[in-house]
Structures are given as C-alpha cells and as structure tokens.
Design a protein around this ligand. Structure first.
Ligand SMILES: NC(=O)c1ccc[n+]([C@@H]2O[C@H](COP(=O)([O-])OP(=O)(O)OC[C@H]3O[C@@H](n4cnc5c(N)ncnc54)[C@H](O)[C@@H]3O)[C@@H](O)[C@H]2O)c1
Ligand SMILES: O=C(O)CC[C@@H](O)C(=O)O
Length: 524
C-alpha cells in the first residue's frame, strides 16, 4: 500500500487515477494537520503553499517522490530532496496558456485602468475622464525570459500589433524569427520597451534583475508586469520608481512574500494585483493535477518519470530499452560491493555494444545505487547515488569501448580498493535474461539474482561433492551451480544459487573444507 499526502488544493478530477488505484491511499491534509502520520507517506503532492524543507523531509523518512502541480519548484529544497533520495517532479506545461492569458489580461487591465474604473463605477461614480488609457497596438513590449510562458505572451502580443523585444540568453535566432520577435540584450529591452513583462524562474541570477540600476535604464512612463515570481522585480526599487513617477504602473500576480501583508506597493492606485492567480483556471489545474498524478502513479509502479527535476528524464520508449541494463547494472553494483567488502576509491563502468548507444547516465546511477546500498544506512537510489559516492570520496566514471567479448552488449565494472581491484562483466540476452559472464579473473555464466554463494578453491577432484555434502547435511538446497577455472589443477570457482539465504555458521563450515580458499555469500 502506498500513501500519498496531498497538502495543497489540487484538482480532484486530476487526482482520480490515484484514487482509483486499490494500492494507494490518498490523504488530503495540510502538513501541519498530518504531523502524526508524516512518517508514513511515500509521496507528497504540493502546489506553491507547502514549503518542502529539509526539516519536513527529515520528518518524512518514507518519502520517495514530491510532485509539484505546477512549474516553479522554488518552494521545494531540491538539493535536500536529492540528498534524501527523493525524486522531485513538476508539471511543466499544464499551466502555460493560463498564465500567458493572465499576463495578457493584466497587461490590458493595466493600460486601460480597468480595475480602478471598476471600483469607481461600483462606488456609484461615473468619471470617464479619469480613466483614459493607451492602446497596446504599436507599443513596444519587452519580454525577459522567453520560455513556455514568455513565448505564448509574445504570440498574443503579435496578434495585438505590438513590437516584441526579447531578452533570454538561451534564445536562438531561428526561434525568435519564427515567432516574429527581435532578440535583444537586457539593456536594449530596458531602453526600447513601453511595457516590460518578466517570465524567468527565480534564481540567483534573476533575483532583483529589475532592481534600481536596471529600472533607471527604462523609458519614463514604462509599465511593468510580474506574473512569474516575486523578487524578479525588486519590490523596494519598484516602490521608489512608482513614487518618483518613472514607472507609470505595475501589474503583479506574485510577491516576494505571499501573501504580501500590508505592503507599500498595495497603496499605489496604479499598481494592480492578483493573489498568484496565473495558473488558477479549471483547465490549468486539471492539466497539472493529471500530469503529476500520472507521473506519481508511474513512479510508484516502478516506471520512469518524464519531468523530473533531479533525475535524468527518460521517455517510455527509452525506459523500455534500458530497463534490463538498469537491473543488470544494479545487481553488478551489489555484487561488487559485497564481494569487495573493503574501502573503495574508484569505480569505472565500461559500456560496449548496443548498450553503449543508450542513455547510460541512468544505468550508471543504478549501478552506483546498487554498489552503495549495502554500505549506506540511509536511503540510496538513482537520485542521490552520485552525491553520496562523492561525499564518500568515491570517484566514478563511464567509458565506452568496442570490445564486446563476443556478446551483443557488455557492461564491465571495475572497482578499485587500496590493495585490490575487482572486475565483473555482465550482458543482457534478449528472451533469456541477465548473465554475469566474467568474475574476478574467471569466465563464468550465472544469473545475478537471489541468494548466491561464491567459493574459490583448488581445482581438485571431489570438491563439488564436499561442498554439496556440507550444504545438504544442513538442508541448504542448491538451485543452480556454475563452475570455472583458470587452468586444470589451478585456482577454480563455484557460483551456487540457493533457495534460502545461507547462515554465517554454515559459511564458516564451508571455509573449513580443505582446499577451499574462500567462500562469500552474495544477497541480490
Ligand atoms: N503566476 C503563476 O501562477 C505562474 C504559473 C506558471 C508559471 N509561473 C512562473 O513563470 C515563470 C516562467 O515559467 P515557464 O514555464 O515559462 O518557464 P520556462 O522554463 O519555460 O522559461 C523560463 C525562461 O527563462 C529563461 N531565463 C532563465 N534565466 C534567465 C535570465 N537570467 N535572464 C533571462 N532569461 C532567463 C530561460 O532560458 C527560459 O527560456 C517561472 O518562474 C514559473 O514559476 C508562474
Ligand atoms: O500552484 C499555483 O497555482 C501556482 C503555480 C505557478 O506559480 C507555477 O509555478 O506553476
């Protein structure tokens, strides 16, 4: 049974796929109301109100995934989530149109003084001369941040006959041409525009982007809009430029603190505001809720997510292609970790054949997670494996080779300890399964699964019988057995798979057999 906490208001219709599942319990409560049960939840669904902090993550040790029903993840400590092995996903495009339309509605309302005129008429006044506005047609619109929302705003502005100037360091000439906008530097946007709207995420670079220095570069009488994130336009600077009359008006959907309380900005007649309503439409809320609900469902069913913030994203198609390698790599990591039961400084994974053409980052993460799992008390998975390896001073790297050793695909893992190096090789054979084909200097062939027993011994007649006797007399049933040797009469190995885990006492009895050099159990 998976338990999901939905801590902000999220469209009920969008949550339906989760509610329908027999194996999922959906609890709709604020975090503060669910304090006693926080440790039980596997998934957390939020909008912008819930702050997913390190402190909250510590209280939710069972948490595997946080789903943000929206775009911005600035209410989530993604770094802390990564450290805790928690996947963070968002719904990147479900509310694009709604937010672009809201921005446009705010722009029209701003230049035609609609909210002020509305209040006046409702107060039984009829003062037409007080609300003379300006047309949008022919005006210069500056867009800072030309991603999903910025470009939808541009399309609408073009339809209104506006000239659109865009600043976005990642915008290509082709895309700008296609949408009929001109690429500018930030200074050009500031100098040219009658109206400026910001559509960037809130980052170290964009916080206070429109502060005193840049506002001074704008045209006198400029209008400003922020329907992205509070703080991109510095609020104190905006107050100053409204007071001195340089800025003709502003439309704000977002604030540095939400709600803004008794903020000085709210006392300006020419500042129009909404309470973070960009994405508040029936359509957007259904879209984002459906998107995160489906993603969470996929994830809890062990399938890949497509819009993760802290995992490489995989399409369904690609996931199907890498799934077997992903499992093989994880098992290889687990074997190496248990076999090399000592400190390790370096891990190298080499891909050859068909696997080398796939998204190997994901496979390597899986291998690292498998390696670290037996060594780390806290949760370790694809999300935090690279971070944990780094913290523990383990360097890791990927290599690509055309040496397939006769297989269609081959993953080779080498682990470097202080005085020992261990190499293992695996392959995936379609319709047959994963096989380990090389183990610490020996060619071999076994399936990496279940309760394995690895024995190194001298190649002498009767060794298999002696091992069989000890195991048999203690009711340890052998399911499969593979043997290998370097040369006749030299060092040899056995890899047995057993029906049950082997107990340590029995392991010692096996090591006591004459000519057995070592025996190790490997739990996969
Ligand atoms: N008001 C709301 O309810 C609401 C709803 C949805 C999204 N948003 C916010 O709107 C913003 C944009 O969302 P989106 O979906 O368009 O995101 P997006 O990722 O598609 O676009 C962001 C763009 O900003 C650009 N950018 C990043 N740093 C920049 C910089 N320093 N200068 C200029 N451009 C920069 C990026 O290149 C990208 O093209 C986000 O902050 C998001 O959180 C608000
Ligand atoms: O949840 C909301 O309504 C706000 C969403 C918006 O800020 C976003 O970044 O997607």
């Amino acid at each position: 049974m998976f338990r999901i906490l939905v801590s902000d208001p999220i469209s009920e219709e969008g949550l339906a796929p989760l509610r329908k599942s027999e194996h999922i319990e959906v609890v709709q409560k604020k975090v503060t109301e669910a304090e006693e049960r926080l440790h039980e939840f596997d998934a957390l669904l939020v909008r912008s109100a819930t702050k997913v902090t390190e402190e909250l993550l510590v209280k939710m040790p069972n948490l595997k995934i946080v789903g943000r029903a929206g775009v911005g993840v600035d209410n989530i400590d993604v770094e802390a989530a990564t450290r805790h092995g928690v996947v963070v996903i968002n719904a990147p495009n479900g509310n694009t149109i709604s937010t672009a339309e809201h921005t446009f509605a705010m722009m029209a309302a701003l230049v035609r003084h609609i909210p002020q005129a509305h209040v006046s008429v409702k107060s039984r006044e009829w003062n037409r001369s007080a609300f003379v506005g300006s047309e949008l047609h022919g005006k210069h619109l500056g867009i800072v941040g030309f991603g999903r929302i910025g470009s939808e705003v541009a399309k609408r502005a073009r339809a209104f006959g506006m000239n659109v100037h865009v600043y976005d360091p990642f915008l290509t000439k082709e895309r700008a041409e296609k949408l009929g906008v001109s690429i500018c530097s930030l200074d050009e946007v500031l100098a040219l525009s009658d109206i400026i709207t910001v559509h960037t995420p809130l980052t170290k670079e964009t916080k206070g982007l429109l502060g005193e220095k840049n506002l001074a570069k704008t045209k006198k009488g400029v209008y400003l809009l922020n329907c992205a994130r509070g703080g991109i336009i510095d609020e104190q600077a905006l107050v100053k430029f409204l007071e001195n009359g340089h800025v003709a008006g502003a439309a704000l959907d977002v604030f540095e603190q939400e709600p803004p309380g008794d903020h000085p900005l709210l006392s300006f007649d020419n500042v129009i505001v909404t309470p973070h309503l960009g994405a508040s439409t029936i359509e957007a809320q259904l879209n984002v809720a459906t998107q995160v609900a489906e993603e969470v469902l996929q994830f809890l069913n062990g399938k890949p997510v497509t819009s993760s913030i802290n995992l490489p994203t995989l399409s369904k198609d690609l996931y199907e292609k890498i799934q077997s390698f992903y499992t093989l790599a994880k098992k290889m990591g687990m074997i190496a970790s248990q076999y090399m039961n000592l400190p390790v400084q370096e891990i190298t994974v080499t891909y050859a054949g068909t696997v080398a053409d796939l998204e190997t980052t994901y496979i390597t993460r899986s291998l690292l997670a498998g390696f670290l799992k037996p060594r780390v008390a806290s949760t370790v998975n694809e999300v935090n494996a690279a971070m944990i390896a780094k913290e523990r001073g383990i360097t890791f790297g990927e290599k690509f080779s055309d040496q397939t050793h006769g297989y269609a695909n081959c993953i080779s893992l080498t682990v470097y300890g202080e005085n020992k190096t261990f190499t293992i090789m695996g392959t995936h054979i379609p319709n047959y399964g994963n096989r380990i084909v090389y183990f610490d200097g020996f060619s071999i062939d076994f399936a990496p699964e279940g309760h394995l027993l690895y024995i190194q011994h001298q190649d002498k007649p009767g060794m298999i019988g002696k091992v069989g006797n000890v195991l048999g007399s203690h009711h340890a049933n052998i399911a499969t057995m593979q043997v290998g040797r370097q040369q006749a009469g030299g060092r040899a190995i056995m890899m047995l798979s057993l029906d049950k885990p082997l107990d340590d006492e029995l392991l010692e009895k096996l090591v006591d057999i004459e000519d057995i050099e070592s025996a190790k159990k490997l739990e996969l």
